[in-house]
Design a protein around this ligand. Structure first.
Ligand code: PHE
Ligand code: ZN
Length: 883
């Protein structure tokens, strides 16, 4: 396959657009099979363009052209050229002109869910990154910003609600049971932020008064009957609006802010100006249908999309290579928000765990790319954890290095300079450098070099000089297309802990080190701490101050000491994780010998965990995190090569059982005691208590004694909220016991007509680690309630299996790989975006032991021999090409 869409695009080839579009007036008439879009564009040659007199090339896909006129004059067929993907006008006027284009598109046939489509009868749009061209012909790139007015017309009965960006300006009836609404967005924006919704939707309303006194009407639109599940999203929105004012001085700028929840959506949610469109999974919550985890993701995604109003909408991206400019920064902002409204240290743990689980493998595999990629074939494939989560870490490191105040000044300067513009990463970093007076040249490598830096630290104590020397070396491993790397600028937060657990003063060259922050800039560096009275234990990379892999010369006793005494909550947690990981990797390496995870060292880990969970000063949510052992994928990542997922599963299972057995009394006490009082409330404290209790239950059940299984089943039966019910179901799902089937059946009967809850039922079974999990998933593919067309259902069943069931997906006979390949191929025919995302699950195939590698490779090769979409072609070919 060699069509032109398969060619890589390069950042270095960026050129400004030849034409600018200052204003757009759209007139959209909604109809299921032929929506008519009349667009009037005010266009002028771009004074910044390299050459004048260039042809005007408009992007357009899956459109039927009905009419085209320039300055009111109808075109003859020879005045323009239509080709797949574009409409070219060879010689447009040299001055500003008006272009009118009328096209038809087919919302019902739109299975890609990009452009204008229907979800359960509701008309909605998704334009980022390149969907607007599926609605009308346009210069569909983010550096063309236009002021937009939209008139929407639809049936009064089936589409009583008509929404678009900006503020509502007019509405009325039209004969023939039709009606219309006009919306105007005064803020110039790129086409990817356009949105439109038409449907029979219910809504809840509220208001928010900004710090400046502007009263904003807030609304959330959902399918009728779901209004009772919007309260949490609305509260989250108001919290986010207030927080952005207080923390960053950023206020909302329109009269209305609307959110719409739809059930078919490729991603989580979308920040269209004034009209955020959400996957309903990230809006709808009621105690009986949503878990604490759902409540938490709703809060953070509502905030994320809202925060985009400034970081993304007011200042947007010049080109798609700059995606991290809006995404990394906005994720950083939503993480800071969550840290403030919940428990900071716990959030840091959750964030770091997520980064290590998803981003580290990406950075170590064939799909590794810099936070700002230098090339792509299909931009849809670059909404990755590197761009999002590592991109957020890069912003966090800036804040750490500059300090909060200077970082805030830098952000203020960035808005002052670029409001209303399409900016670059350089613009952002320059604002930070100028506001702080710091040289960030070396820091820029975080945006251009891929791969996770490996930081090796060792501490030596000199009892005569009373000094502690910390040797630090860094290596950035080679990644595809980047064989040699330059050293990075790494903020390294450290502490030295005395024998009694006290923090020792950190003195370097006679000066006290502020907040324990070291700046690593060279390949090899030595930091010498003075006046250290006795041999200390170093606590390194506190608060996970940089997204690096750390290795140290700490011995097991020192790690154990840290898990009891480190005053940095992150590192205290990390110490236990490291300890557990070391035991599990040792066991997994020695095949099926579980000695390391059942012996005395495992017993020591169990006792340290007991000390932590009994320490009530620590907070329930934190103690719950402490009880969660590193996942099977964490262990696989630590191993790095010759991965045998069965050995890892066995090792982790044995360690869990050992802990459940050794500290069973403590866990049982916790289980009895940690019940939140009163009726269900999703607040972080109550959620923390539930998490602690459920983490205890999980380890208790790992022993698989009859009593433990009975307890889990009782937990399921007595659950008065989804959090407890789904945890119990998930714990039971791994067992070979009739109660498992009983619970699954009960859950299905109760929730079969609630799509979001039914997704959980599919997901629990897909994740269950049982020898027949491939067959279970295959069976569920044929379930009457399963559909390949709904992305949430696909992710629940196929996504969960491939991403969250390592021993099932990587089954030694290769059946897991074949299942994924078959299903992804089927989906690729109608929704390439979702298919390509699923195929990302092959990214670590090169780390597997030989037999599994061969099966994975065969599955990938069988895909490569098929007719694939550009999206899937890019993933498959790069994954096969390897590192
Ligand atoms: N821009 C969205 C967000 O992160 C994600 C998204 C990308 C949604 C592409 C749809 C399509 O907030
Ligand atoms: Zn985003």
């Amino acid at each position: 396959m060699n069509d032109s869409s398969r060619q890589a695009k390069f950042l270095k080839d960026y050129a400004p657009p030849n034409y600018l579009i200052d204003a757009v007036a759209l007139d959209v008439s909604l109809a299921p099979k032929a929506a008519r879009v009349a667009s009037t564009l005010t266009i002028r040659p771009n004074p910044e363009a390299a050459k004048t007199g260039q042809p005007l090339v408009l992007d357009g896909e899956a459109l039927t052209l009905q009419r085209i006129a320039l300055n009111g004059k109808e075109f003859a067929p020879g005045d323009y050229t239509l080709s797949p993907g574009s409409l070219t006008i060879e010689a447009p006027p040299a001055e500003s002109f008006t272009l009118e284009v009328v096209t038809l598109c087919d919302p019902e046939a739109n299975t890609e869910l990009s452009g204008l489509y229907r979800s359960n009868g509701t008309y909605c749009t998704q334009c980022e990154p390149e969907g607007f061209r599926r609605i009308t012909y346009f210069v569909d790139r983010p550096d063309v910003l236009a002021v937009c007015t939209v008139r929407i017309e639809g049936d009064r009965d089936t589409t009583p609600v008509l929404l678009s960006n900006g503020n509502p300006v007019a509405s009325g009836d039209i004969p023939g049971n039709r009606h219309y609404a006009v919306w105007h967005d005064p803020f110039p924006k790129p086409s990817y932020l356009f949105a439109l919704v038409g449907g029979d939707l219910a809504s809840i309303h509220d208001t928010f008064t900004t710090a400046a006194g502007r009263k904003v009407a807030l609304a959330i639109y959902v399918e009728p009957g779901k209004e009772d599940r919007c309260g949490w999203a609305m509260e989250s929105l108001k919290r986010a609006m207030r927080w952005d004012e207080e923390r960053f001085g950023l206020e909302y700028d329109l009269d209305v802010f609307n959110i719409v929840a739809v059930s078919d959506f490729n991603m989580g949610a979308m920040e269209n100006k004034g009209l955020n469109i959400f996957n309903d999974k990230l809006v709808l919550a009621r105690p009986d249908t949503a878990s604490d985890a759902d409540y938490a993701s709703i809060e953070s995604v509502i905030a994320h999309e809202y925060f985009h109003n400034w970081t993304g909408d007011r200042v947007t991206c010049r080109d798609w290579f700059q995606l991290c400019l809006k995404e990394g920064l906005t994720v950083f902002r939503d993480q800071e928000f969550t840290g403030d409204v919940r428990m900071g240290p716990v959030e840091r743990i959750i964030t770091a765990r997520l980064l290590k689980t998803h981003q580290f493998p990406e950075d170590a595999g064939p799909l590794a790319h810099p936070v700002r990629p230098a090339s792509y074939i299909e931009i849809n494939n670059f909404y990755t954890s590197t761009v999002y989560e590592k991109g957020a870490e890069v912003c966090r490191m800036l804040q750490t290095l500059l300090g909060r105040d200077a970082f805030r000044k830098g952000l203020d300067l960035y808005f002052e300079r670029h409001d209303g513009e399409a900016a670059t990463v350089e613009d952002f970093v320059s604002a930070m450098a100028d506001a702080s007076g710091r040289d960030l040249t070396q820091f820029m490598r975080w945006y251009t070099q891929s791969g996770t830096p490996e930081l090796a630290c060792s501490l030596d104590y000199d009892p005569h000089r009373k000094t502690a020397r910390l040797k630090v070396s860094q290596v950035v491993p080679p990644t595809p297309g980047q064989s040699s790397k330059e050293p990075m600028h790494i903020p390294l937060k450290v502490g030295l802990i005395g024998a009694n657990g006290d923090e020792l003063p950190l003195k370097i060259d006679g000066e006290e080190l502020a907040e324990g922050l070291l700046e690593v800039t060279e390949r090899e560096q030595v930091f010498e701490f003075q006046n250290v009275p006795a041999p200390p234990t170093p606590s390194l990379l506190r608060d996970f101050s940089a997204p690096v892999r750390l290795t140290t010369n700490l011995n097991p006793d020192q790690v154990e000491f840290l898990m009891m005494h480190d005053s940095d909550p992150f590192n205290r947690w990390q110490a236990a994780q490291t300890y557990a990981n070391n035991l599990m990797t040792a066991a997994a390496r020695s095949g099926l010998d579980t000695g390391p995870v059942t012996g005395t060292e495992a017993g020591r880990l169990a006792k340290a965990l007991a000390t932590t969970v009994r320490d009530e000063t620590l907070g329930a949510a934190y103690r719950a995190e402490a009880l969660k052992l590193p996942s099977e994928s964490d262990v696989a990542r630590e191993l790095g090569h010759d991965v045998d997922t069965d050995a890892i599963h066995a090792a982790r299972g044995a360690l869990r059982a050992k802990i459940g057995d050794t500290i069973g009394d403590t866990l049982a006490e916790i289980y009895q005691a940690a019940t939140p009082p009163g009726p269900f409330s999703p607040d972080p404290e109550s959620a923390g208590l539930r998490a602690l209790r459920n983490a205890a239950l999980d380890l208790l059940t790992a022993t698989e004694t009859d009593a433990a299984i009975d307890r889990a089943m009782r937990h399921y039966r007595e659950a008065s909220n989804m959090t407890d019910a789904i945890i119990a179901l998930s714990i039971l799902s791994h067992l070979q016991s009739p109660v498992r089937d009983e619970a699954l059946e009960d859950f299905y009967k109760r929730w079969q007509d609630e799509p979001l809850v039914l997704d959980k039922w599919f997901a629990v079974q897909a994740r269950a680690t049982r020898p027949d999990s491939v067959e279970t998933v295959r069976g569920l593919l044929g379930h009457p309630k399963f559909s390949l067309k709904n992305p949430n259902r696909v992710r629940a069943l196929i996504g969960s299996f491939a991403q969250a069931n390592p021993s099932g997906f990587n089954r030694a006979d290769g059946e897991g790989y074949r299942l994924l390949a078959d299903q992804a191929l089927a989906i690729d025919r109608f929704n390439p975006h979702v298919a390509a995302r699923l195929l990302g699950a092959f990214e670590s195939w090169h780390t597997l032991e030989r037999r599994r590698q061969a099966h994975a490779k065969a599955a990938l090769e069988s895909l490569a021999n098929q007719e694939l979409s550009t999206d899937s072609y890019e993933i498959v070919s790069k994954t096969l090409a390897g590192t």
